[in-house]
Design a protein around this ligand. Sequence first.
Ligand SMILES: *Cc1c(COP(=O)(O)O)cnc(C)c1O
Length: 385
Amino acid sequence: MTNDDKTSIETSLAQACHYIDDVTGGINPPLQFSTTYARGADYEYLSRYSYTRSGNPSWEVLEKVCAELDGGVEALCFASGMAAVCAVLETVNSGEHVVAPRIMYHGSQDWLRRISARRSIGLTLFEASDLDALRAAIEPGKTSLVWIETPVNPTWDLIDIAAAADIAHEAGAILVVDATVSSPVTTRALDYGADIVFHSATKYLNGHSDVNAGILVGAQDDERWQDIKLVRTLMGGVLGPFDAWLLLRGMRTLFLRFEKASQNALRLAQHFEHDPRLEKVLYPGLESHPGHDIAKRQMTNGYGGMLSLLVRGDAEQAKMIAAATRIFLRATSLGGVESLIEHRASVEGPHSVVPPNLLRLSIGIENCDELIEDIEQSLSRLNQQ
Ligand SMILES: *Cc1c(COP(=O)(O)O)cnc(C)c1O
């Protein structure tokens, strides 16, 4: 494998960092399912592996590709996005304070609330689109971790990563960025000063809705990073060999998939932007979106495939539109090759702060005219009521 700075990420991804197997010359890594590794007669290890939970060959190419993709010193794969989120948050000590957006991925916020309640960890939530609110949320001497997500799910508000990093660092805190929705194709959070970037690899990185996985990439190999590694080993949220293999396979087409999804989403957003049946179309690629200026700077290779439609009407009418689609599949999740639609408040449950008339769309790589036509025919049901 090469780690040649001159190679573009696009090329590097397609070739899985120019992987060539040492033993066979194969251009894809082999699968090694062993959970344990033999020792020699003198009890010495025969390789650097001893037991699968503390490290195994199936993670290595994947983690190299991910580290290179985000420009970090090292990447760690986990059994799910949430396993990675929890591993980071496990390094926050009692008495410390965490800052996070008010609207964010609900699972991460649920975990933050849980550790805050059980371990005397302070938690302040801020309005994602307001940097002053982030500044005000900091408790000097106590805040040790600032968690952001950009674009924020499901309003797709943008957070300026460089500005957030300055605010966090001034307070002596680290900045962790959930970049699941932007993906490293368009935003490399570490380049803007983040300390750790997180991806639910279940989404764009894998891209085929068939692997649950999480990735962390660190900007520095420090004490906290080593601690996160230890948490992975001891809590055991480790990725299985076949899932690691599938994820790497999916990532080889990440660029193509993300570009096509971004093109489709932009066209769809523009098509419906002024539709009278909708209150608003939320998409960072639209000039009308409040985060568009930051998106222009921070999303350098497309605005991604995620958008939300605010229906003129209530939850029932929003659900009726979702019920009428023929191509969009009614399912949660995002970042797959197939387009999905969901009534987000129903998915998040009774504690959801998401507007009741919001439909979240994950745009895939299908024919864009057909996607637009599908939403058109679904919206036309609304008129007939
Ligand atoms: C899906 C998701 C997660 C959680 O990842 P899992 O792989 O489902 O555990 C975290 N953050 C965001 C933004 C997500 O979309």
